[in-house]
Ligand binder design. Structure first.
Ligand code: SUG
Length: 448
């Protein structure tokens, strides 16, 4: 008899240096908002409101902390020397893009924080975590160290949780975490099928690959994670993303597909070999039949799916039955998508409710509702083993909202990233935050 389990969603709290630096080639929104002035306070509040609304609906909602930015240890590793202020001035002068990279608040997109396998699937029946190396982009490749510390601090009990280091940080093992990983199951506590979607097989030069934009996730990385997590063939499907979709701006699978329970909601152009993927899932899924909600090109053109982030919605089981699709506001601004959503809830399909969430500040960098969250399916005992203050409550929401209002700037331009005061403000804020969330010293500046 499987244990009762729930799905917790851990959202990344947007950091004080949230900015638009155009760092992600292949991510259309990031490139098109290059050098726009950002609003860090509004961004963080939008994220907190999303968390609060979902917590109010009865979902278990967690928070993952932002990282220390600009990251001075990375600049020191690149040879910059002197006081923090001198280092910031020097890097701003010699290479402002490097400064923007080490100042990015990109760890907010926690769908890229790690891959998580629930205990029902793993050989040792513990929940396994592997932080993503994010080696495709310099600004993201520096996230996994602090991500690993935060996850270890939150999921500390080794009787229940196992932590692996990130994979080797080279493109052949490029790993983007849960954004390319979906789990299908009958109930969260039952063994499921973990669908790993990769962009390219790195060690096979003749394998299909995108021609314009990079494939950030490799087959070899996904296979390594499945091995590390102790997943058998009965629990895994490896599927190649359609290279044409990557070239159309689908830089992660969660921009074109989302799964929950026995439902897979996806665009017809998501996979290179759609029929094989569906057959592989169907042959492994136990206790329930797969419900594939396939969206055709004629219903929603791929370009509209990318512009609206329809598939970067959160698909959540409603306590009263049925499923809620939590969509970004942009879905109501694009006609084909809005029309599709209206008919989706009127049929007899699994999605029974659509709700709009405003995460515009994050969307301008290519991060929708689903990018902002890391899913962790937990049994009742595993949930009870968490003893830090990271689960959303009315009190935590009030506390974090006042914390943001006290510490965050209203607006931030690229030129301001070199301001030593910004670094000081951020460290002060984060030092306070680790106290609020009970995380211990996870940041380099706290470790001396
Ligand atoms: O890695 N954007 C992120 C967006 C990540 C979205 N995550 C998921 N799809 N799960 C990225 O491309 C842009 C930063 C900038 O340009 O300033 C950025 O990193």
């Amino acid at each position: 008899m499987a244990e009762h389990a729930i799905e917790a969603n851990f959202d990344g709290l947007v950091g004080p240096t949230h900015n638009y630096a155009g760092l992600s080639w292949g991510n259309v929104a990031s490139k098109s908002n290059l050098k726009a002035v950002s609003n860090p306070r509004q961004a963080a509040l939008q994220g907190l409101q999303k968390m609060k609304r979902l917590a109010d609906r009865g979902y278990v909602q967690g928070v993952l902390p932002p990282h220390e930015r600009p990251h001075i240890p990375t600049l020191k590793a690149l040879g910059f020397r002197g006081t923090d202020a001198a280092i910031l001035t020097a890097v701003a002068k010699s290479n402002p893009v490097v400064l923007a990279a080490v100042a990015s608040a990109s760890c907010m997109w926690t769908a890229n924080a790690a891959t998580v396998s629930p205990s029902a699937d793993t050989a040792d029946h513990r929940v396994h975590f592997t932080p993503a190396n994010l080696s495709a982009k310099f600004h993201r490749s520096i996230e996994h160290v602090v991500t690993g510390r935060a996850l270890k601090s939150i999921f500390a009990d080794e009787a229940y949780f196992a932590h692996h280091p990130a994979l080797p940080a080279v493109s052949q093992f490029g790993d983007e975490g849960a954004a390319n990983h979906t789990r299908l199951c009958s109930h969260y506590g039952q063994p499921g099928v973990e669908l790993f979607v990769y962009g390219q097989a790195a060690f096979d030069e003749s394998a299909p690959a995108p021609s314009l934009y990079p494939a950030r996730q490799t087959l070899e990385a996904s296979q390594a994670i499945a091995r590390l997590h102790g997943l058998s063939d009965a629990h895994t499907v490896f599927a190649q993303q359609n290279p044409a979709a990557i070239d159309a701006g689908v830089f992660h699978n969660d921009v074109i597909a989302v799964g929950n329970g026995n439902v897979l909601f996806y665009h017809e152009q998501a996979f290179l070999n759609e029929q094989r993927v569906m057959a592989d899932i169907r042959s492994r899924l136990t206790g329930v039949d797969l419900r594939a909600v396939r969206v055709s090109e004629s219903e929603v053109p791929l370009a509209d799916a990318v512009a609206s982030y329809l598939f970067n919605s959160q698909l959540l089981s409603s306590p009263e039955g049925g499923m809620l699709l939590a969509v970004p506001g942009e879905c109501r601004e694009i006609e084909s998508v809005s029309r599709y959503l209206d008919q989706l809830v009127h049929g007899d399909g699994p999605v029974t409710k659509v709700e709009v969430f405003d995460v515009k500040q994050s969307m301008r960098n290519g991060g929708g509702p689903a990018c902002l969250r890391l899913r962790v399916a937990l049994t009742d005992a595993e949930l009870a083993a968490l003893d830090t203050g990271v689960l959303m409550t009315d009190a935590l929401y009030e506390r974090l909202t006042s914390w943001v209002n006290a510490h965050y700037r209203d607006s931030l331009s690229q030129a301001e990233l070199a301001d030593p005061m910004l670094l000081e403000e951020s460290r002060k804020a984060l030092d306070e935050l680790t106290g609020i969330m009970g995380l211990g010293s996870i940041y380099d500046f706290q470790r001396g």
